[in-house]
Ligand binder design. Sequence first.
Ligand code: AMP
Length: 193
Amino acid sequence: MRLILLGPPGAGKGTQAQRLVSDHQLVQLSTGDMLRAAVSSGTEIGKTAGAIMARGELVPDLLVIALIAEKLADADVAKGFILDGFPRTVGQAEELDELLASRRIPLDTVIELVVDEGILLDRVRKRAAESGQTARADDTPEALEKRLVVYRTQTVPLTDYYRQKGVLHQVDGMAPIEAVSEAIASHLKSIKA
Ligand code: AMP
């Protein structure tokens, strides 16, 4: 199974991806995790990406495409993966299509976790107020607001992109975690059948 998980920051993509990893033996490819690892190990990519990420903006397409291309070069990874946080722009989606086509790797589905932006923002504001600090440099209310704007302007067009290709499946991301997992599992079962 090869799939893309779409959804705004805080929608629960990471949680659902981890469940899919254990239930379906898939590899989670999170460009956010890859970039954070590059930032903490101080690589050139990390140096370029760190400040951009802290502001809640997108790092250049070329950079994330290179990271994904490298991972997909592994034949085991190419057999089954979840793309989490990639693609985030139509440009990235087009590059991904080319990459997958050139390596004859078919994409099975694109699952969008549909959530209410206002509720997401309330949640993170509350969390920031309660803890006084956040685990991630880009989890401040300011950066999150920016990330949501970036999602709305640059990533939302991907829903139409994939809808037109007939591979988009929307799931209610506001439902309890268990219910979201079940909705995803039943969709995956239906496309496998
Ligand atoms: P995430 O963990 O997916 O929320 O990503 C955290 C941050 O990493 C984002 O706000 C961006 O700055 C950067 N990032 C992650 N994935 C991408 C991507 N596909 N394109 C551009 N920037 C990305």
